[in-house]
Write a protein that binds this ligand. Sequence first.
Ligand code: ZN
Length: 348
Amino acid sequence: MLRRIIFPLCLIFLVGCTQAPPVALAPTGPIIPVAEAAGMVAPTPPPLTPTLLLPTPTPVEPTRIPTPAPPRVGLQVGHLNADELPDELARFRTSTGARYNDVTEAELNADIARRVQVLLEAEGVLVDLLPATIPPSYAADAFITIHADGSNGTAARGWKVATPWRASRASQQLLAAVAASYGPATGLPEDVGGITVNMRGYYAFNNRRHTHAIARTTPAIIIETGFMTNAADRAVLFGQPDRVARGIAEGILTYLAQRDPHDSAALLPPELPNLRVSADGAVMRVAPNDEARRITNLEPGQRIFALDQRDGWYQIFARDYPSAPGWVRADQVEVSTEPFPFPTTTNP
Ligand SMILES: [Zn+2]
């Protein structure tokens, strides 16, 4: 708990550290449409042949089985070349993340991302290796932003994965797949309950606020691979980076194999109204049922930010409980029509 309070201070402290030289990133080339990249050519329509004039039967061509376009995955190296962020993200130009001795988070993230890239490309996936600045409305079959944690204590450890605030089914499935593969592949513990607003409010997820963000329909997750400030985590992050990369790549490949590429509804984030707690107040619980453990009581009139909706309940975010999305009954809240800001974006 203490860590969550001191961690932002830590970040501020870390920002002041010496700037490492920017890490060179292999050119990824222009973003080209997937179909074009796959060498697919639009089929030529058959010529219109008036049968009366040309009685010759049209030759029957063998049925062509179209080659499926390879999936495209964006791997973002967290904080890489942050000083080149555009004006709309100028406040993150000094956000260099965590560090350990002379190693910056961007250097560690780049090492892991390149290893993931090799594993994905070996399976026929097109990979864009992206710095802190991503192309406007970046579209891909999956977007994974790779980060590592830091703390001003040495005890905090473990990994965690989060989706954007309002997550499509596809983002949730991507998260589940990577979460299932990462722990076993690395042997690292999960930092249970450690997900913060800083992860879900990640700037590159927020296409409402920023141009340089993923497209609304791009499935996305952020992974904190472990703590650079913990010796046991470092033994894996620095000493066995191939395990780290395998943990991420296997999850991505599992997601790509399991998804239904024709299920476009899975890509849509839920559309949810702005909510206020009704006059009688509301109870925030850990799960969408009346027997689930109570997190807190919400005051009448309090604004709440809805993340999801299920079975007459809303999953919500309450500012006083940033690491614990909870659930409220729909009959305990009211739809509000007043302007309602999205939570501010961050760069953990
Ligand atoms: Zn970071």
